[in-house]
Design a protein around this ligand. Sequence first.
Ligand code: HXC
Length: 511
Amino acid sequence: MNQKEAFENRLNSLRQTEENAVQKQHLKGKLTARERLNILFDEGSFFEIGAFVEPYQTTIADKKTAFGDGVVAGRGLVQGRSVFAFAQDFTVSGGSLGFAHGNKIAQVQDMAFKLGAPIVGLIDSGGARIQEGVRSLSAYATIFRNNVRSSGIIPQISVILGPAAGGAVYSPALTDFVFMTDKTSFMFVTGPDVIKEVLNEDVDMEGLGGGNVHASKSGVAHFVYDDEEHAILAVRKLLAYLPSNNFEPLPLSTNVQFYEGRQEYLDRIIPDDANRPYDVKEVIQILLDKDTFFEVHEKFAANIMVGFGRLNGKTIGVVANQPKVLAGTLDINASLKGARFVRFCDAYNIPLLILEDVPGFLPGVDQEHSGIIKHGAKLLFAFCEATVPKITVILRKSYGGAYIVMSSKNTGGDFNFAWPTAEIAVMGPAGAVKIVHRSELSKAENREELEKALIDKYKNDIANPFRAEELGLIDEVIKPSDTRNILITAFDILSNKQYSPLSKKHGNIPL
Ligand code: HXC
């Protein structure tokens, strides 16, 4: 066989692998690795690396291998910007990660790191390739180390589109965002069979580690979509908000539209009754450029809302308490969710807008015993540590520790505004009056009447935004309908914010 024929043979072998994959994957309602990459990248922009890499020869004969060793890797364009990606092919040894397979992933990780471009992993894998033993474990270790090295330098995104079992889960867990599909993707460290054997517990793959479980219960997944196409298109959408690396300026949109006619609605959105909820998402949507809010972790800890958006064409990160869920209290999961998002934004120079309406930390034995102290401290640490422009708007409640945590002035908030409906104090009126006036109330004949009068007095004298404004802890009490314009100006003023922290190896966030 001459070289030309050898070349043709190799190409045919690749085509054959793809044809097999099409049949097998489509039967399971899944796409092939190449089909997935075609959705991710701008048409015709994919440049493949290592298509003919051969699998490492094991002592146990594995005849079912193919060129490329079960992973397609390379570089493409997303909205014209360079992005690296790898897509595992489940039809080759269950997408398991052998030595050659792992080296290909490590190679694109290296290139993405050196060239300052995001990397997307499309995962569909049975984990470490059993036949290759410790070699496959070493390949995983290299990938994990690369994940950690790139963290905070280039955005790393994982999309789980099939099983991610064993070692396959830890690289996604080290990346910035995890996308999953409902019903066709699963993540677990040990599968249902092992759980049955060791613990005698019955659970199926979906119940153990399906997309919805990880998006709503464990919080491992930030996004879950009904099908692969929507999941991958959402990755393209997310990338449009992000810089390619931590030194690159944020992408700018020139097409700025906003809800001009709806700004006045903000003057009425806070209910008269302080205990009545409203949907903070509406506030976010009205303040930001039209249809630009891209929520992260939507199904997890819904008492805090986080996501990206654009204000006057520029990317910002939004962290907002949601009074509709658990009255907007901060619990363990909300603290974890908020802290992770704040740290991502800080790493990539994305300014933060904080919309605050929080009565405090969620009380309860369960929360205390599960460590609300250390988990709440993560959110506090994240806000204190973040050096990006930070603007807080207190919409309504801002009590106690929660006031402090949500980027208050003394934690380093650059601008702190409040709406006239703000209630800023050590604790809510009812609780405060009971403590401060305990003996007076216990002796009173007209206890209810007195309590009501004292509560009104507390609201007028203490639990309002004006005292904080007089003390300079609130920069200005603003009209809700003016908020968008004020935010645009304030973020403009802060756009040159520079901060050089003292040299240290790293802080010690309470993990
Ligand atoms: C080699 C594997 C494999 C693996 C699957 N295959 N996983 N080959 N190494 N880890 C092969 C199967 O032998 C089969 O080959 C083909 O892939 C498809 O697998 P099926 O089991 O038929 O598919 P399905 O029923 O869809 O089940 C998928 C699965 C299951 C849930 C992923 O295969 C499974 O449980 N695999 C093992 C998962 C696991 O325990 N991995 C090791 C984890 S330890 P044929 O030839 O029949 O088509 C690990 C250590 C790293 O990863 C830890 C680092 C922190």
